[in-house]
Design a protein around this ligand. Structure first.
Ligand code: IPM
Ligand code: MG
Length: 359
């Protein structure tokens, strides 16, 4: 298992260090794991003048999987767009063809009360958000800033999806739903769009429906994104797999993360057509708490579990890591973002050690 490790910025290095402890523990247990570290984001801009240096992309291409922390920081906010840390992330996703982004929002029984929603709304929740990751308004051309005749500036971006881009992510969605149905009963996909307003979405809905006819066992529904945002906090358990475009998925996955108690709990997998993947927590670099040893490393550790599941098809190892996280939570150990009365607040590194111990 050749894994590229890209800690990035902010809390990235701290949380990735904990996930690396897990990988080391698995290696001493006999897994053949090889790690190599490189820069991305602001750290790469500082070191090499580019948020995604060629050497980093090459390492990622030559690896089986990539473990990434987070990118971004206040000091880079005024850089031209091409040099900003976020571009490093977008370019590596695009460069590796990682079009399918899996963001599972699962509520651990131990954290039901950490959610900002009522326990009965979220207890037992298990939603998979599948976000298309290499298209949409994130990458559409033309985009930019232009001067109007009256002298004022206008910013513009282009939302677009081609049929093949929609089709391939839709297939992934239906296949995931069928696999999950084995565990949860009925296979359900809810496709989220804005087909009442956007042409991009009209095509999205048409193609998803067409692909859906190849999966008669899966119940397909469609929902407008504004309604989906509302339903996610009104009755989140109605969803199983949500499949949606890049920007809607970006927004809805942050919303879904809070159902689980903290965005610090949400892992993600970004896969190409051959299940090669990049694994990262859904949260950002959180520069306000960077270097303080208080960030929650569990989303990153759970991303390693996803890596074992999807890229290395080691479901057994994935479940071992997930069980270790649960055991740690059952012991009452919490980082500050998920702490409750009567629990023990511990730092980032102690949380990493506790999961290693449970493993
Ligand atoms: C995410 C993040 C990124 C995105 C940013 C950092 C570019 O918000 O992974 O959800 O918008 O995709
Ligand atoms: Mg986001």
């Amino acid at each position: 298992m050749k894994i590229a490790v890209l800690p990035g910025d902010g809390i990235g290095p701290e949380i990735v260090a904990q996930a690396v402890k897990i990988l080391h523990a698995l290696r001493s247990d006999g897994l053949k794991i090889e790690l190599e570290q490189a820069h991305i984001g602001g750290a790469a801009y500082d070191a090499a003048g580019d948020p995604l240096p060629d050497a980093t992309l090459k390492l990622a291409q030559q690896s089986d999987a990539v473990l990434l922390g987070a990118v971004g920081g206040y000091q880079y906010d005024t850089l031209p767009r091409a040099m900003r840390p976020e571009q490093g992330l977008l370019r590596i996703r695009k460069g590796l063809g990682l079009f399918a982004n899996l963001r599972p929002a699962m509520v651990y029984p131990e954290l039901v009360h950490a959610s900002s929603l009522k326990p009965e709304l979220v207890s037992g929740l298990d939603v998979m958000i599948l976000r298309e990751l290499t298209g949409d308004i994130y990458f559409g051309q033309p985009r930019g800033m232009r001067k109007l005749e009256n002298g004022e500036r206008q910013g513009f971006d282009t939302m677009l999806y081609s049929e093949s881009e929609i089709r391939r992510v839709a297939h992934v969605g239906f296949q995931i739903a069928m696999k999950r149905a084995g565990l949860n009963g009925m296979a359900k996909v809810c496709s989220v769009d804005k087909a009442n307003v956007l042409d991009t979405s009209m095509l999205w809905r048409e193609i998803v429906t067409e692909v859906g006819s190849e999966y008669p066992q899966v119940v397909l529904s469609h929902m407008y994104v504004d309604n989906a945002a509302m339903q996610l906090v009104r009755a989140p358990k109605q969803f199983d797999v949500i499949v949606t475009g890049n920007i809607f998925g970006d927004i809805l996955s942050d919303e879904a993360s809070m159902l689980t108690g903290s965005i610090g709990m949400l892992p993600s997998a970004s896969l190409d057509a051959n299940n090669k993947g990049l694994y990262e927590p859904c949260h950002g670099s959180a520069p306000d708490i960077a270097g303080k040893n208080i960030a929650n490393p569990l989303a990153t550790i759970l991303s390693v579990a996803m890596m074992m599941r999807y890229t290395f098809t080691r479901e057994d190892v994935a479940q071992r890591i997930e069980a270790a996280v649960r055991t740690t939570l059952q012991r009452g150990l919490r980082t500050a973002d998920i702490v409750e009365a009567g629990m023990k607040t511990i730092g980032t590194d102690m949380m990493g050690d506790a999961v290693v111990q449970a493993l």
